[in-house]
Structures are given as C-alpha cells and as structure tokens.
Design a protein around this ligand. Sequence first.
Ligand code: 0A1
Ligand code: ZN
Length: 896
Amino acid sequence: MASSAATAEKVAEAPKPIYLKDYTAPDYRFAKVVLDFELGEEVTVVGNTISVEPTFAAGGDPRPLFLNGDPTVELAGVEVNGTALDASAYVLTKKGLTITAPPAAPFELKITTKIKPQENTELEGLYKSSGNFCTQCEAEGFRRITFYQDRPDVMSEFTTRITADKAKYPVLLSNGNLVDSGDLDGGKHFTVWEDPFPKPAYLFALVAGDLGMIEDKFTTKSGREVALRIYVEEHNLDKADWAMVSLIKSMKWDEDVFGLEYDLDLFNIVAVDDFNMGAMENKSLNIFNSRLVLATPQTATDMDYSAIEGVVAHEYFHNWTGNRVTCRDWFQLSLKEGLTVYRDQEFSADMNSRGVKRIGDVARLRMAQFPQDAGPMAHPIRPESYIKMDNFYTVTVYEKGAEVVRMYETLLGKDGFRKGMDLYFERHDGQAVTCDDFLAAMADANGADLTAFKPWYSQAGTPKLDVTTEYDAAAKTFTMTCTQSTPTTPGQSDKKPVLMPIAVGLLASDGSDMELTLEGEAGAAGETTKVLRFSEASQTFVFTDVAEKPVPSILRNFSAPVRLSTDLTQEDLIFLMANDSDQFNRWEAGQTLTRALLLDLVEKAGKGEELVMDQAIVDAMRNIVNLAKEKGADKAFIARAMALPSEGELSEMVVPADPDVIHAARDFVVKTLAKELKEELLWTMRDNTSEKYERDGESRAARTLKNTCLALLSYLEDPEIDAEAFRRFKTADNMTDQISALSALSGRADCVEREEAIDAFYEQWKHDPLIMNKWLGLQAGASLPNNVENVKRLVDHPAFDIKNPNKVYSLVGGFVGGTPINFHAADGSGYEFLGDIVLKIDKLNGGVAARMVGGFTRWRKYDEKRQEMMKAQLERIVKTEGLSENVFEIVSKSLE
Ligand code: 0A1
Ligand code: ZN
C-alpha cells in the first residue's frame, strides 16, 4: 500500500481533532528498538525491531497494538517473534497499522518499510537537503519513516545501524555513542549508534552526508570530557565558530545556574539548509537550520549572532528540559518549550544586557502572541485539542509559556524557583510528565499553594489588568486597586481570575526608589520593589509610611503577561521615562506615551483631521537621544527607547483597523521626529560610527544606535541622507551595517541609489543562500507603493525557491509581516497573492503553507471591504481539494 505522491496524504474529508480529555496510557511498552537503515538513491529500506511488553495484566482478551504510519511509507514486512504475519493478522490504513491480537507476553516485533526521502518535500521524517540525508521527527515525523507508537510517552532505548555509499555519504550519524563502524562491499560503509537514554521517537535523528566538521571539547563539573562537533558543508567551515562558542557557554551556564550537566561523551550539531523551523534538540544530535549556525561578521548581522547564541542554548538546554524529562502527550508541549524558552532567555540576559533582552522579549510577545491570543487561533499554553500538532508550535506555547514559567520565579524568588526545579528533576528524571507535575514540584518544594495559578494553563486570552491609585497625605498611605478580567476566546467564555505577580516600585519626587512597606506585612529593610500576589477579580493593596505622593512604577520587568492600564498621567510617564530604576518600565513609559499619541492621531487621520505633533513627546525623545552623549550611556537601551510602536501593534488596538490610516499617522510622527531631531540624530549617528568592526557589547550597542538613527533619518526623504546611506552601504565592513544601509534605502521610492544598492548587493552575495534570504525579505517588506508587483517578480527570481522554507518565510512572510499597506492594499492584490502562493506551497509542504496562511487569520479586525476580500480567500482555500490538514485546521478555525 505505497504511495509516493506527496499529495496522497492530503485530506479528502474533514480531519478529526484529537482531545486532551481522551488521553489514555499506552497498552504496550517498547523497551528496546533496533533500527537498520539502508540508505539508497531510489529507495531507502528501514528495519525496525522492537522489544514489545504489554503494560496490562496477563489474561483477558488480547488488546490490539496500534502503530502510527503514513501513506508515504510502504509496508514491506511484519514479523512477530521471527515469523511473518499473515495479512489477516493486521489492518493497514492511511493512519497506521493495527496488529489485531498480539501475544499476551513480551514479544519481538519486526517491521520493514520502504521510503523515498528524495521525494519528501514536507521535510518531516527522513528527507534530503543539499544532497544529504537528515531527519525531523518532532512532532509526528517518525511515523513517516516506520510504523511505531509515535507518541512521547513511549520511551525506548534506540540502537541505529546506518548503511550507505561511502563516497557520497562519508559521515553517518545518529543519537548516542558510536559503537561500531566499518567498510562493506560495493563501496558502502556502515556505523552503529547506541543511545543509552530511553527516549520518545520524536527525539530520534539520523544524518548521512558529505560534511565538514569543527571540533572542540568541554569538561563537565564532575570531570566528564565531552567531544563537541559541528557539521556543516565544507565551504562553510569558517562560519561555525560562534555556534561552538555559544554551545560551550551554554554548557557552563546550565551547570552554574541549574546544576545541570551533560550526560554523554559526544554532542553533535548539524546544519542543514532545508528545515521547517529553527532547530531540533534530538538527543546528542541537534539538527539546525543553517541560518542559526553559520555566521561571520561579513555575512551575519548582530541580530543573527544573538539568535544563534540563543537557539544553540535553547536546544542544548532541552537535554534536561525536554529529553531527560519529556512530555506525556503533545498537549503538554509548553512543559518543555515554555520552560526551555525561559531558560534560553535567562541565559541570553546573563550573556548580554539583561534589561534590553527583556524589552526585546516583551516586544515580541506583544507583537506576535497578544494578537494570537485575541484571534480565532487563540489557545491556552496547554491546548485542549488539535488536528495537526505542528500548528501548535506557537508563540503562545513558547513565549507565553515562558512568561508563565517566569511568574513562578517572580512569585517564589530565585532560590524558590531553583528548589522547584531540583525537585522536578528528582521526581521525574527519565519520565514523560505533565504541566501539573511541574506546578506540583514548584508548589511542594516551596510549601506554596499555587492552586490559583492553574488557570494560566487552561485559559486562553490575555488578561486585562487595571490599576487605579490614591495617595492619602494625612494617613501617608498609597492605595492600589487592581482589577483583572480575561476576555472571551473561541470556545471559552467563562474565565476565572488568575494568580499574577505584580512587581511595584514607588518613586519619590527626586526620582529615587522609596522603601516599601505593605499593610499587613513586615517591611523588609531596604526593599524597593514589592511583588503583589494578585489573585481575585479585584483587590486593594495599601502601602504605608509613604512620606510624599509617589509616582508608581507598576508591573516592573513585565512581571505578568497582561494588558495593563493605569491612571498614570502624561507627566508621570515622562517622569518614569527619566527616573525609573527598572529599565523595562523606563522603556515601557515611553511606549505608553507614544502609543497614546499614535492612537489619538490614528483617530484624527481616520476623520481626515489635521495631524499635530505633541511637543512634550518630541522633547522626551530628544532627551532620550541626548542620553547617548553621557559617559557610560546604555546605547542599546537608547536605541530601543527610540523605536515607536509598530503599525502592526497599533492595528491590534484600533477597531476596525485601517492600515492606510495607521500608516499615515505613524509616518507623520516618525517624519516629524526625524525633522525635529535631525541635528541630534546626525550627530549621534556620526559619533557612533567606528573605523573598524568590533564585536564586543559596547561596539554592538553603538552600531545599533547608529543604525537606528540612520533608519529614522531616512524618513526625511532627503537626497543627502540617501547619498550618505549609499556611501555607508558601499563602505560597510560588516553585514549589520551593510543591511541597515540597504534597508534605509529600500523604502525610498524615487531614489536612484535604491536600485543600484539592491543590484550591487545581489551581485556581491548571490552565491550565499542565507544572505539572499535577507535580500528577499528586505524587498518584500518595503513600504514602496504597489510592492506586491515586486514581490511577484521575485517569486520567479533565481534567488527564490518555493521548496526552501527559509526562502518562503523571507519573501512571503516578509511581505505579509512587512509594511501592512501592501499586504492590505485596498484592491485586494496582496490577499490574492497570498491565497495563490499558499495553495502552491501547500502542495509541497503543509507545515510551511499553514504558517503563511496565518496572515489571514485576523481578517475580522479590518474594515468591511477588506474583511470580505480576506474571507473570500479563506473560503477559496478551504474548498480546495487535497488541502493539507495543517492549512485546513488554520483556515477552518479562522472562518468559525
Ligand atoms: N523542539 C524544537 C522545535 C521544532 C518543532 C518542530 C519541528 O519540525 C516540524 C522542528 C523543530 C525546538 O523547540 O527547538
Ligand atoms: Zn524548544
């Protein structure tokens, strides 16, 4: 029952969801698995010998054993205890293989399958990238290799034998330790790998290819010497050093901060060009999208370097949070992902500027997760159902999940959190567990009652937090009244209040932090930030001994993932911007201020009224820019504080959103600021321009600031600035500066330098696919009028390849997530482009298509005409025959 056509696995009828409430433990344990891969150009044969043990008591009726499968896998044999099974003893469907009456005692099951990795465009299971074999098994890709209980609570010890042509595939890797290797007849060779740690199939990995390697080593705190190897294509060998540095830093950090050590003698990373996501934490054989490994100053930006550092750490940290302790079922995904994102965020904060890292993480949460939580795909961090698990690798499960983990830390303190982590590993090492188990470990280790914290796992939607304040001069008290509510989301109308930590500081008139005493609590001497435990629908907190009317700094460090509204005045916000000791809230005050101004102007622009700039905000911005002149100024923070809320963020706050009006209002503010602050911006840009590229923190911060100034100045549409940008483009000695200068030109409609720079960049870098992604993305997101025509032309450009996820994310994702005026063009041309290309991508890769079709999910936010046009695209897509389950799920939920 084989089918080689990728389309055969697409849906014919509406697929059925899987529910958390239906979870049952497996009837069979897989104690050991021996895999035998014969890799071929035409066909790959996979032997899969499993030691099966029933988990139920002997006697009674036999229970069927269901093994997940896929239509792309050809079943070539089934044996039980060495005897071939008669076809009447099993049932084979598109979804899998059922052995109807297996033996009641432990037995050996041998499955043989044939697959065609060279035809696998979904990039799940075993596939080929740049001629090399590689795997991606999370979430449910292993079933595209062989029939198996492909669920995370089935954990086995894997032995893997790989046989392949030696000349074509000199490197043969799998999980664990290399226990045998050798040459075979016919120019072939083999390796055998044994992984002593039981693992679910989603952590299985195999790589076979012609790859170069860099090597280093790390000695763990208890003296284990670990060989560290990074495999890349030979011509990229000079670009893997930063990933290695990042790996070594991660290993050390996890020992220092969590006491967690690596547990094998070998740790491998392999970089591949064709990969659906960022990277994958397969046990001891991490596979990475090459964009998250390869970097030199000339080819990668400072942002790329940070992303590599963070993702290398993330995958490494999964060795404990994900691999040693894994998930019972996929609904628990946030158990490993939320926790591991929290860990990588903390690592990056320790390696760089903590406050700036936090600001970036919160900005991302607001830009991407808040909208998801407010739309038709809203789901709790522990979802309750899914059709295609791949659709739930979301900003909610990951980033909101990380915020939930961070709240434990804020509520329990650093030491309390560490105690909870220690107990979690003590209890669950080697197990597949649930989010409830994590909460229980945190609560038990600290003797804390966390019952009121549980709704964070089950409720979707971003809670709204309102805070009003009152100072009583006679009583010297400061009272905060907090109210919370969580909005209705699809399928969830009845929301409970939830325990959230609200970190608060009170500023005296000289800008210093006051010492705080909360009524009913003994004041800890010198405490200037208090964490309020807010768990009711409404609650009042009273600070005592408050000598003068303070300016409150509320939700310091963004202590809970909520939408906050307060009664702070514009004056208070300007005061906080200048004085708050909490860096996050200093930034946040500026954002609140500019957000209010922008929303006001959006309203005025919508009514066709004249737009007038608020001089107080110009002055506040000038003060920010001028901070750069001070000795020891935090330039990365200044650059962050200069950035205004994006058009996307604003469109979340306006109903209905008109992208043209929002663009006009924001453009007006940016242009006015650029005009008013031109001298300061020019000065700061030049003052922060260095002779030569350096990569230390200070140099990076200066570079960010300089390029932020250039970006603002480019709004002036001034030929002199264009000429300066072009000169900077040509003389740049690193990618950060080069791409920033190109970006400053890319939105300039009638400027000769624009096209010249775009062409020159192409000629310089056309041999490097990762840099071509930048080139495509930059053009796709540009705010040029009628940019959709450029994007359509780029689809046919040799730099684009519809089969490569990175290229699709850059060009199509760059267009949809770039300047809203083009995707939302009033004539519907942007929508039509997305509808057309989603259907083309879906024929090749449902997972990638589903990510792109997400551009339509918020259709209800827009004006009537746009709603109609977006809905029409969704309806056209959902009616298409042979649609993938991935796209079906997103589109059908969007239309509900
Ligand atoms: N566990 C990985 C994410 C990942 C998920 C699915 C993939 O392919 C469909 C690939 C990677 C991580 O969190 O890094
Ligand atoms: Zn992860």
